[in-house]
Design a protein around this ligand. Structure first.
Ligand code: PEP
Ligand code: MG
Length: 321
């Protein structure tokens, strides 16, 4: 879009003692890019691409997707744009996809599971658009896969990227290899995080789903809201374990669930060692301001104390002290 401000590195923030934390925005459509830039986001940490597929009669073409991804990359010439591949589940109506009724859609055929199976054609066209955009757009493209829980799924997704790259090669179409990552959204992914981190460039924790699945509590059910809370000790320990696994394998790790945008939790998240936080654009300024006030060793101390607590109320007390 003409006239869009260009984000520059000077926008970046670091803790008082010089640890840079990337603060990015979550978006669903290219229309939200201006808001992300205006709020001073360093980049996009979660582009929920299923919104490109909703409210229409047929899926967007490869070229149409390419345009959206390039637009996002051009909005952050110095930044990173993390695009999540299609995360469609039985709970979102998409008429042209003929989604089956499932008794437990959140435990059913969703996320990467569909991309490797029922929606493999869509997955392929999305990957083609992404690899082409990686070469055409200004910023750095990262691509991540949702709801992965096994090595086989991750390997199949990475193989699909290789296949698409080799097809584009054969066709003489310009493309570039994006950074590749996996979302940590299931207990299985936390337990397999060391092996995942060996195979990808980065991990990104989706705390909305992670809290739901660790606590076996529907994220949309208010009656169990106390359970699907990221301040539950079990969720906190799962997050800590994922961060350790990423760093032990030289991967960076971000967080793109709601937890990342809670300004009350910034110090705890810095203490846990997250390299990137991605949130709705409106909370970017508050989280950035918090980061500049944080001393890393104090943050690590708070993390240490929070991780010893065995109830949510004690964790919350430690966070607010
Ligand atoms: C999450 O699960 O935390 C996440 C970021 O993805 P979504 O909310 O789109 O499921
Ligand atoms: Mg999710």
């Amino acid at each position: 879009t003409a006239g869009r401000d260009v984000t520059v590195r000077e926008n970046r923030v670091e803790t008082r003692d010089g640890t840079e934390i990337e603060v990015a925005a979550n978006i669903g459509t290219a229309a939200e890019l201006d808001g992300a830039v205006d709020q001073g986001a360093d980049g996009i940490g979660l582009f929920r691409t299923e919104f490109l597929f909703l409210d229409r009669e047929s899926p967007p073409s490869e070229d149409e997707q390419f345009e959206s991804y390039v637009e996002a990359l051009d909005a952050f010439p110095e930044g990173r744009v993390v695009v999540r591949t299609l995360d469609i589940g039985g709970d979102k109506p998409i008429p042209y996809l003929d989604l089956p009724e499932e008794e437990n859609p959140f435990l059913g055929n969703r996320g990467i599971r569909r991309s490797l199976d029922a929606d493999s054609d869509l997955f392929e066209s999305q990957l083609r658009a992404l690899l082409r955009a990686a070469a055409a757009g200004k910023g750095t493209l990262s691509v991540m896969f949702p709801l992965v829980s096994t090595i086989e799924e991750l390997t199949a997704a990475l193989d699909a990227v290789d296949r698409v790259a080799s097809d584009l090669d054969d066709e003489g179409i310009d493309y570039a290899q994006p950074e590749l990552g996996v979302m940590i959204e299931t207990p299985a992914a936390v337990l397999m995080a060391p092996e995942f981190a060996e195979r990808v460039d980065f991990l990104s924790i989706g705390t909305n789903d992670l809290a739901q699945y660790v606590m076996a509590a529907d994220r949309e059910n208010e009656a169990v809201a106390e359970l699907h809370d990221p301040q539950q000790p079990a969720v906190l320990r799962a997050i800590d374990r994922a961060v350790e696994a990423a760093h032990a394998n030289d991967s960076w790790i971000g967080m793109c669930g709601e937890m990342a945008g809670d300004p009350d939790l910034t110090e705890l998240l810095v203490g846990l060692g997250l390299d990137e936080l991605s949130m709705s654009a409106v909370t970017v300024p508050a989280v950035k301001a918090n980061i500049t006030e944080i001393d890393r060793s104090e943050a690590v101390d708070r993390r240490d104390r929070a991780l010893t607590k065995n109830t949510k109320s004690m964790v919350t007390k430690t966070v607010n002290q």
